[in-house]
Design a protein around this ligand. Structure first.
Ligand SMILES: [Mn+2]
Length: 443
């Protein structure tokens, strides 16, 4: 696929978005001459001279995928985009090479080797907004305090980021292709009976990444650890030959993320758990099929609870009808998280809880406090669909006593608990006709 033409369109629409936004702000009494977008300053560990792995400011990545700290992009209506590219004269670190990719031709590039040189290119920064992670630096340069991350600008930019351009979707597609290679390697390592650490390393090798290249910490959970929703460790030789692998791992492409989860059960392991896994697989596919423009994402989440209720009833884990299980909230200990979130430059992309461009909060319903996306589904949205079903001892504990305890088949629940749980997650691109599954296209 040719990224360059898509990127050119992306830049045209981004410029027009910034132009419209600045006009709107002017009408509201906030007149800006331009916006200075910082790729970010590097952070250091406390009392230490080693850096925290650098991640560029997402608003910068939205314009271009140039890596590294202290680049500045200057947007001014009607003027060419100016990029102050920071190339320090430094013999301690590698200075970045000029990689020829799809983005360079869109910018007037000014190379600087000291950050302080950048401000000298501006005679007056008092009507320029600053977007970045170093407000102190912006203030030193003379940016007015109310123009540092001004809320009216930020909410508009963030709200609009939910809808992806064709270029952004192409990047997320590439990130899915890359992660799919890792997932296939992870499955092979699991089938070979290897440890969490080994599976993790095989994943990284397959996507040609090191730890800091991945969009989030890989979750590589064997057996009971699959019930720890964000299990962050990787066990070595003490845990091998497992019956179940839950792997939640993504990849990046030009700053855009994929976020994919698969759950595998060893052949010959518990047949009831296999039935549960097959039912969750069917539920996940049914949820993806429900995605359509105009539906609230909350309805997809609700449908997940209905689906989990049906599975609990069908398998006899809770001895009630699925309607009663749903109505009485017995699905919550088995499915305690949200069914998904927006995806883009950030793995949990911005503005999932925004009702409008003004930033009016759209918090999740009180019964679903962890739902990260509450907006109406629109064409161009990219989000995940990731139902789960877990045996989490901490969450089941309260149901083991009291009036409702006899409604649960504890013997079976306790038998399945050592297998942890299930999560199946795909990345979905909303189109006018419904959903395009970016993950299933490659995995
Ligand atoms: Mn996710």
């Amino acid at each position: 696929m040719q990224l360059a033409p898509l990127y050119q369109e992306h830049i045209v629409s981004l410029k027009s978005r910034y132009n419209t936004t600045l006009k709107e702000l002017e009408e509201k009494g906030l007149a800006l001459d331009g916006v200075l977008i910082h790729s970010g300053s590097e952070g250091y560990y406390f009392a230490d001279d080693t850096h925290i792995a650098f991640r560029p400011v997402p608003h910068f990545v939205h314009w271009l995928p140039l890596e590294g700290p202290d680049h500045f992009l200057f947007f001014q209506p009607g003027k060419p985009l100016r990029l102050f590219r920071y190339i320090p004269k430094d013999f301690w670190y590698e200075t970045p090479k000029d990689s020829q990719t799809h983005w360079q031709s869109e910018f007037e590039i000014v190379e600087v080797n000291k950050i302080s040189q950048i401000s000298s290119h501006f005679s007056n920064l008092s009507r320029i907004a600053y977007i970045g992670n170093n407000p102190k630096l912006a203030q030193e340069w003379g940016v007015s305090e109310e123009l540092i991350l001004p809320k009216m600008l930020m909410t508009r930019l963030d709200f609009a980021r939910a809808k992806k351009s064709a270029y952004e979707v192409a990047c997320i597609r590439l990130a899915n292709e890359r992660a799919a290679r890792g997932h296939r390697a992870a499955l092979r390592a699991f089938q070979a009976g290897l440890s969490e650490r080994h599976i993790h390393r095989d994943y990284l090798n397959a996507i040609d990444a090191i730890e800091t290249d991945t969009p989030y910490t890989n979750i590589v959970a064997l057996n009971e650890k699959a019930s720890v929703l964000h299990y962050q460790y990787k066990r070595g030789e003490e845990a091998t030959q497992a019956n179940l692998l839950l792997i939640d791992a993504g990849a990046k492409a030009f700053g855009y993320c994929s976020d994919i989860t698969r759950t595998y059960l060893r052949e010959g392991a518990d047949s009831l758990f296999l039935e549960l896994l097959n039912k969750m697989e069917a539920l996940q596919q049914a949820l993806v099929a429900q995605v359509k423009v105009g539906l609230s994402y909350i309805e997809i989440h609700q449908a997940t609870h209905l689906g989990v209720a049906k599975i609990l009833s069908d398998l006899g884990l809770v001895k009630l009808s699925s309607e009663e299980i749903f109505a009485r909230g017995f699905t919550h200990p088995f499915f305690p998280h949200g069914v998904g979130h927006l995806l883009g430059i950030q793995v949990h992309d911005v503005s999932g809880h925004m009702a409008d461009k003004e930033g009016t909060p759209a918090p999740p319903p009180s019964e679903y406090p962890f739902l990260r996306f509450t907006r109406k589904i629109e064409s161009g949205h990219v989000f995940t669909i990731e139902p789960g079903f877990y045996f989490i001892p901490m969450l089941l504990e309260p149901y083991r006593s009291g009036a409702d305890q006899t409604l649960f088949d504890w013997q079976t629940i306790d038998r399945l608990t050592p297998l942890g749980g299930i999560r199946i997650e795909d990345n979905i691109h909303v189109i006018d006709e419904g959903a395009e599954n970016l993950t299933r296209a490659v995995l």
